[in-house]
Design a binder for this molecule. Structure first.
Ligand code: FAS
Ligand code: PHB
Length: 390
């Protein structure tokens, strides 16, 4: 089999790249290790930047998002027993975010891809990539026990943090940067109305908590937990009790609890691999970088990467120019590192660290107190949260 671009991974990065390339008339095949159902079963991000919404609109995959997504003008920060609203729309001259689950984005992209008749091989096993340091790269995989070769012009490594593409790059050609945080996020999904119209990020002496949502009848909550915790140690009742300890009285009074329909613990890390390109292999999304979810940047960075990559590939095929491909890594990393900084900063002011002593707790409080009282600080948080320009 032959294609112009072989895309490894059918997460948001791979599927959006595939749709953008289809939109530009560039042939592409997606190879995904898991089944479509498995991919859809992973509950992850919930906040879309305007740039992500614009890209989905560009490829004609935003209709349901506009019908069902919730546009939010602000967020709330809770600390010292009180809640403070950050009016991001005013601070950024009108910019907002849209609450629409990553699962729904993936579902919409899968539907669009099959409607476009593009090839996606699910449950593609033993994917390996070859000769990407030449102009004739190749991908090998097995499907139902049969081995296949996929010849292509380019390989897009959209296979996430645990994928095969980044490790296929010679170690001495990559530089990696990492921070592993000494805690995790225990998240649940429940068919209950959200506790508040907007997201609440809570700094509490017992640990961080986040009140989010997927719709007006489906809520997503997180509490910071120990990396030693196991999901079996967190029956629903314990989760709800702990969440109530970390919220202000008004939120507790409005909290509607119910059975969890999904519950998982995610580790937090900051990670960047440089460069994001090696010959004819281009990394995008979690394959190249990871952010702690505190800043709601993970999914949105995947979309800006594939925006840059799809533009560069369009230029290559339409104008026979490699300028965009040669500049891809620099351009993508410039935005990645700004999002890494913001996500690290949000994580550092909202979580309890093992070495959080009296002094550092006061510094966190002062940082938050300054933030909600300063127009300059509010504007800075807001322009990063709604998404820096592409
Ligand atoms: P993904 O990991 O989504 O997709 C990669 C795909 O490649 C997967 O489908 C995988 O099966 C496939 N793959 C892997 N190896 C392969 C191989 N060898 N061959 C073929 N296919 C292969 N972000 C937020 O903004 N907010 C959140 O709350 C949030 N929560 C998260 C919770 C968890 C547990 C995780 C892991 C991430 C979370 N993220 C969150 C970040 C997440 O949303 C990612 O940023 C987003 O999924 C990135 O999309 P992709 O780059 O497409 O990677
Ligand atoms: C979510 O709804 O899953 C979510 C929202 C905001 C974040 C992280 C996760 O910062």
């Amino acid at each position: 089999m032959r294609t112009q671009v072989a895309i490894i991974g059918a997460g948001p990065a791979g599927l959006l790249l595939g749709q953008l390339l289809h939109h530009y008339g560039i042939d592409n095949v997606v190879l995904e290790r898991k089944s479509g159902e498995y991919v859809l079963g992973r509950i992850r991000a919930g906040v879309l930047e305007q740039g992500t919404v614009d890209l989905l609109e560009e490829v004609g995959v935003a209709a349901r998002l506009h019908r069902e997504g919730l546009v939010h003008d602000g967020i709330e920060l809770a600390f010292g027993g009180a809640r403070h609203r950050i009016d991001m729309k005013t601070a950024t001259g009108g910019k907002t975010v849209t609450i629409y689950g990553q699962t729904e984005v993936t579902h919409d992209l899968m539907d669009a891809r099959s409607a476009a008749g593009r090839t996606t091989v699910y449950e593609a096993a033993d994917v390996t990539i070859h000769d990407f340091d030449t102009d004739r790269p190749r991908v090998r995989y097995t499907k139902d026990g049969v081995a296949h070769d996929l010849d292509c012009d380019f390989i897009a490594g959209c296979d996430g943090f645990h994928g095969v593409c980044r490790p296929s790059i010679p170690a001495d050609a990559l530089k990696t940067f990492e921070r592993v945080y000494p805690f995790g996020w225990l998240g649940i999904l429940s068919e209950t109305p959200p506790v508040s119209p907007e997201l609440i990020y809570a700094n509490h002496e017992r640990g961080f908590a986040l009140c989010s949502m997927r719709s007006l009848h489906r809520s997503r909550y997180y509490v910071q937990c120990s990396l030693d915790d196991h999901i079996d140690q967190w029956p629903d009742d314990r989760f709800w009790d702990e969440l109530k300890h970390r919220l202000d009285d008004e939120a507790v009074a409005h909290l509607v609890t119910g059975p969890s329909i999904e519950k998982s613990i995610a580790p937090l890390r900051s990670f960047v691999a440089e460069p994001m390109r090696f010959g004819r292999l281009f990394l995008a999304g979690d394959a190249a970088h990871i952010v702690p979810p505190t800043g709601a940047k993970g999914l949105n960075l995947a979309t800006s990467d594939v925006h840059y990559l799809s533009q560069a590939l369009r230029e290559f095929y339409a104008e026979k120019s490699s300028a965009g491909l040669d500049d891809y890594s620099r351009r993508a990393l410039a935005r990645v590192w700004k999002a890494e900084r913001f996500s690290w900063w949000m994580t550092s002011i909202l979580h309890r660290f093992p070495d959080t002593d009296g002094f550092s707790a006061r510094i966190q409080h002062a940082e938050l107190d300054y933030l909600v009282g300063s127009q300059a600080a509010t504007t800075s948080l807001s322009e990063n949260y709604v998404g820096l320009p592409f």
